[in-house]
Design a protein around this ligand. Structure first.
Ligand code: SAH
Length: 209
């Protein structure tokens, strides 16, 4: 799986502006046991570079996309990260290997509870889960060094920009059917700079009624 991720990252080097993914990101991808995050009947496919269904109509993202998004966040060991869209918990587990604390929000109760059980079973002690609408972020723990959004809104949620530290980075797919993966950097004066990376396809960010 990691070999395929390496090959693909070389293929999109022009778009990402980097010839290879960070070594520590690849190490985290080697360490996190993806089969622990997929339903039992999908385990045979856990190390293929594919998204897989996880129930509730949702999917665990393609490993290459998880690696790419993680890489684009430029994480440091002291960082506090917010993830929107816990899903299976796999992306959060990868983040947890590279950052100090990971806060992750999921709108579907059952998925959030299953992921919380997986984190505790596998002794991930620096991942904090919450059930709710990630459109509003998680203000109690803000500001964050990095934010990753793994469901697609049609615009960048203002609350997420507010909850990003100056100098912080947010990686977010924005669009409707297909989306553009954006890296949004918050400048010291509070303005943002946004850069398109690659076209991607995520489930839509749904809103609480
Ligand atoms: N990061 C996940 C994959 C996410 S799939 C993983 O590694 O497995 C996207 C997830 O976002 C789905 O579980 C979906 O239920 C969730 N989601 C959609 N809209 C949301 C919202 N407004 N707030 C929080 N989670 C949301």
């Amino acid at each position: 799986m990691v070999r395929e991720i390496r090959d693909l990252s070389a293929q999109v080097a022009v778009e990402t502006g980097q010839s290879a993914l960070d070594k520590q990101v690849l190490e985290a991808m080697e360490t996190v046991r993806r089969h622990e995050f997929v339903p039992k009947f999908q385990r045979h496919a856990a190390y293929k570079n594919r998204p897989l269904p996880i129930g509730a109509g949702q999917t665990i993202s393609q490993p290459f996309i998880v690696a790419l998004m993680t890489d684009l966040l430029n994480l440091q060991p002291e960082h506090k990260v917010l993830e929107i869209g816990t899903g299976s918990g796999y992306q959060a587990a990868v983040l947890a290997k590279l950052a100090k604390d990971v806060y992750t929000i999921e709108i579907v109760d059952s998925l959030s509870k299953d992921a919380a059980r997986t984190f505790s079973r596998l002794s991930y002690t620096n991942v904090y889960t919450k059930i709710g609408d990630g459109y509003a972020g998680w203000v109690e723990h803000a500001p964050y060094d990095a934010i990753v959004v793994t469901a697609a809104p049609d615009h960048i949620p203002a609350a997420l920009i507010e909850q990003l530290k100056p100098g912080g980075r947010m990686v977010i797919p924005v669009g409707t059917l297909w989306q553009e993966l954006l890296v949004v950097t918050k400048n010291a004066d509070g303005t943002t700079t946004s850069e398109d990376v690659v076209p991607v396809r995520f489930v839509p960010l749904t809103r609480e009624k």
